[in-house]
Structure formats: C-alpha cells, structure tokens
Write a protein that binds this ligand. Structure first.
Ligand code: COA
Length: 447
C-alpha cells in the first residue's frame, strides 16, 4: 500500500479541495484525476501517477492542502506502475512533467482560462481515459478510449453526459468543452421536440389518435372554422379539464321565499332599471360563502396557495360567438340591484362581442347558470386559476315534505365543481350547504 500525495504545485500553499473524484474501492488508471483544487486564480485537477485500487481516501471537499498532503492510499495494480512513479518515496510525484518546468505545477491540469498565465501556457495535457461502454448488439462491456482533458471530463460528469455519446468536433478526435455543450444542447432540443410531438399527437395523455372520418360518406356536410372565442375558450376548457382534479357536489335550495321577494322587487322597480335576477342573488351568496370559507378564495401558484382578500365573481354568458366569462368586481361592496344592473350591462357588451380582456380577468370563482334555459344538475369546468365554479340549473316547483304534508316549493338545483388540490370534500360540502341555506333564507347573508 502506498500513498498518493499532492505533488509540487508551485507557489500555491493551503489550497482548497473543491472536489474529490475517487472513492475507496475505485480502480484508477495513471493520469486519472484524483481531486480538484481551487486557488483564488485557478482550478486544477491532480492526476494520479499510479494505476491501482484506492484503499482509503483521506481528503474531502473543503479540506486545505499543500504539496505533500496525502490524498489517498493506493494498492498498485502491478509492481511496474509503482516503480515508475517513485513508489519508494511513496508520493504522487508528477511523472514526465513538461521539460520546461520539471516537477512544477505544470503536471497539474490547470483549468483557469481566466488566468493570464494559464491562457498563455501550452494546452493542458489531453488524457485518454478508458470509458466502459456497451457495444451495440453485445451484452458484454467493451472499453473505448476517449480523449478529453480533465476539465472537460469534469464538466461532462457534472452535466451527466456520457463522454462516449459526445461527437468530437476536433480533427484529432479530442472531446472539447464545446462538444459537451453542443451535445447537451442537441439532447435538450431533441427531447423538447419529442415532448412537443407527443403532446401534439396525443395531448400528452398517451391517448389513441383522434378518429379520422370522412363524414361526407354518410351524408351532406359543410366545414366551417371554429369561432375565435370557441378556439380560445376550447383551449382553456381542455387544459382545465385535464389538469384540474375536478369533483362536483350536488345540492338544491328552496328559493320559494327568495323568488317571492325577487318578484316584489321587480314589480316595485323604477322604469328602465335592470331586472333583479336569481343570478344576482347567487353572486351575493357566493361572496358570503367565500367570506365564510376563505379556503375557496384562493388560486394555486406552483406549491403556493394565493389567498385573495377581494371578491370578484365571474358569470358565464352565452354569446352568438361562444362562451365568455365577464367578472363583477368587488361584489362584496355592491347590493343585489347594483349587481343585476352591472350583469345586464356586461351581458349586453358580451353579446355585442365588445368585452375588453380586463372585464374577464381577476375572478375569484365563477357561476355558470343554465337556469334560464333548463336542466337540473351538471358538472361545470373550473375556470383556472380559480378553484371552484357553481353550476345553476332551472328552478322548478316540486312537492317537498314539510314534516306533516307535501307542499309545493320552488327548488333550485346547484352543482359545485371544486379543485381537489386546493379544497377538501368536507369543506366543499359545507360551502355548498351554506350557499343553499343562504338562498333559502337570504336574511342569513346579514349575519
Ligand atoms: N331557474 C328558473 N328560472 C330562471 C333561472 C333559474 N335558475 N335563472 C333565470 N331564470 C329565468 C329568469 O327569471 C328569466 O325569466 P323571466 O324573463 O320570466 O324573468 C329567464 O329565465 C331568462 O333569464 P336570463 O335572461 O337567462 O337571465 P339570467 O340572469 O338568468 O342569466 C346570463 C343571464 C347572461 C347568465 C344568461 O343570459 C346566459 O347567458 N346564460 C347561459 C350561461 C351559459 O352558457 N352557461 C353554460 C356555460 S358552460
């Protein structure tokens, strides 16, 4: 067993070890880098002068060394290699150092391009290193010689690049730093385009391709492009549908009393004012529910939850060109009548195709009402980055058991889709039950 020592490193003293490139049990070759040192001007690899098996490594990153410091204990592969490296002195003295500066730091592989002397010095020795590789069609490992300098090998190691995969640009078949970087660039570009191709062909879900059908075979057809709004909203809906783990809860609210109030209010309303709608009450009820269950007034942003302290509510509006979602801002500071006025105005603007982008931004949650059209419950798609959407069906008069008899009550179907990443099922149940209770007795909104 012999010692591998730091050779003569010129004027450098107490220089830091930034990397230890060997481990106990490693079989190393002559010229293989053992450690990387860093001074205030340069980093340099210390190569081994012996071949053999490392028995113990005595340094770790952060240690400080000078000439003669012991790096490791090595068992020689054969007596010859030990003899050639002056084993009697048990040092890692530099072999065949450049003749101009025998025994000096030139035996190290200086890697400081920024250091003027280093830049002017002859090119660092390029060391052929045997890299194990699996030959195509063969199960056994063969060895391929790669010519690369220590700094290039270190760069490759840090980037996880296998040197045998890198095509040398150099005429002498040396792998240079630029070759490693070009290889990384090309690999990234090809994996990015592979991902893009996978997404394009299968929506990133590894699905079967979309069926290609010649519809004209079955009857007369005509082909029209999707409207701009449908293209945009379709992309958003698709993303939200596949990316958000949706759950939808169903409930219903007895709005008999609320409807009576609404009819009264509309009868009393001054000429020309907007009709007070069920939807306007629902917007106000959503604000109360968001205030009580603040965990719904959030958006996911990476690993963070953004808690909102404002209350902007979006409502889906059907327009000749497709679905848009204008937003009522600061609905907590507005009364039901004012909300109804603003909704009517926004719906009109939407149908005219004149909504500004800002009028559709900043929502905390949305409502999709099909109450004026029909149907009961449905599963609305969450309008990201919101985490909940309320679906409203058509209220119908139903026989409801009051404890002693059935009585006719106006029942409003409610469906709440929520993002299970942000909200739990029990919270969603409470949110929707509270919303239904508010619609049943709106006086609760004042509590
Ligand atoms: N139950 C029973 N009747 C309802 C109701 C409900 N939940 N909601 C509305 N109505 C009634 C209204 O009272 C009104 O009747 P009236 O004229 O006798 O008073 C009628 O249905 C029409 O209402 P509407 O004009 O639709 O007003 P609204 O306030 O309910 O809705 C919009 C306004 C903008 C939301 C609506 O016009 C719209 O575009 N809805 C479609 C939304 C949509 O496409 N959702 C699906 C998205 S995936």
């Amino acid at each position: 067993m012999q010692q591998l020592r730091v050779p003569d490193i010129g004027d450098y003293r107490n220089i830091s070890v930034i990397d230890v490139l060997i481990r106990a049990g490693d079989t190393i070759d002559v010229e293989q880098s053992l450690i990387t040192l860093e001074s205030d001007k340069a980093t340099m690899d210390v190569p081994s002068t012996f071949a053999g098996t490392i028995r113990e490594v005595l340094l770790k990153p952060g240690d400080v060394v000078s000439m003669g410091s012991v790096i490791a204990h090595i068992e020689f592969a054969d007596a010859a290699s030990g003899a050639s490296g002056d084993a009697n002195e048990s040092t890692n003295a530099a072999p065949a150092a450049p003749q101009s500066e025998p025994g000096k730091a030139s035996a190290l592989r200086d890697r400081a391009a920024s250091e003027p002397q280093a830049a002017a010095a002859p090119a660092a020795p390029i060391t052929p290193v045997e890299v194990p590789t699996i030959a195509a069609g063969s199960a056994s490992a063969s060895r391929v010689t790669i010519a690369a300098g220590p700094s290039v090998r270190k760069l490759a190691r840090e980037l996880g690049v296998v040197l045998t995969d890198v095509k040398p640009g150099d005429r002498n078949a040396r792998v240079l730093r630029e070759d490693v970087l070009a290889h990384v660039k090309a690999t990234l570009a090809s994996s990015a385009s592979a991902v893009a191709a996978a997404v394009a062909s299968s929506d990133g879900l590894d699905l079967l391709p979309w069926p290609e059908v010649d519809f004209a075979r079955f009857g007369p057809v005509e082909r029209n492009p999707l409207s701009r709004i449908k293209r945009i909203s379709g992309g958003n809906l698709h993303r939200n549908w596949v990316r958000i783990p949706h759950v939808t809860n169903f409930d219903q609210a007895d709005i008999t009393d609320l409807e009576a109030l609404r009819v009264t209010l509309n009868r009393e309303a001054r000429e020309g004012s907007a009709k007070v709608t069920v939807l306007a009450f629902l917007i106000k009820a959503c604000v109360s529910a968001l205030q009580r269950f603040a965990q719904f007034n959030v958006s996911l942003d990476g690993q963070d939850l953004v808690q909102k302290h404002y209350f902007h509510i979006g409502f889906a509006a059907d327009t000749p060109n497709g679905l848009v979602v204008p937003v009522i801002r600061d609905a907590d500071r507005k009364g039901v009548a004012a909300i109804a006025e603003e909704m009517a105005e926004l719906a009109k603007t939407a149908r005219a195709g004149k909504l500004a982008a800002a009028q559709m931004q900043g929502g905390c949650m949305s409502i999709s009402s099909l109450g004026g059209i029909g149907g009961t419950h449905f599963t609305p798609i969450i309008n990201a980055p919101e985490v909940a959407i309320l679906g409203v069906g058509k209220a119908e008069t139903r026989p409801v058991w009051n404890g002693s008899a059935f009585e006719p009550r106006l029942v409003l179907p409610l469906s709440l889709s929520w993002d299970h990443r942000a909200v739990d099922g029990a919270e969603a149940g409470r949110f929707l039950a509270y919303l239904a209770a508010l619609m049943t007795d709106f006086r609760r909104a004042m509590l």
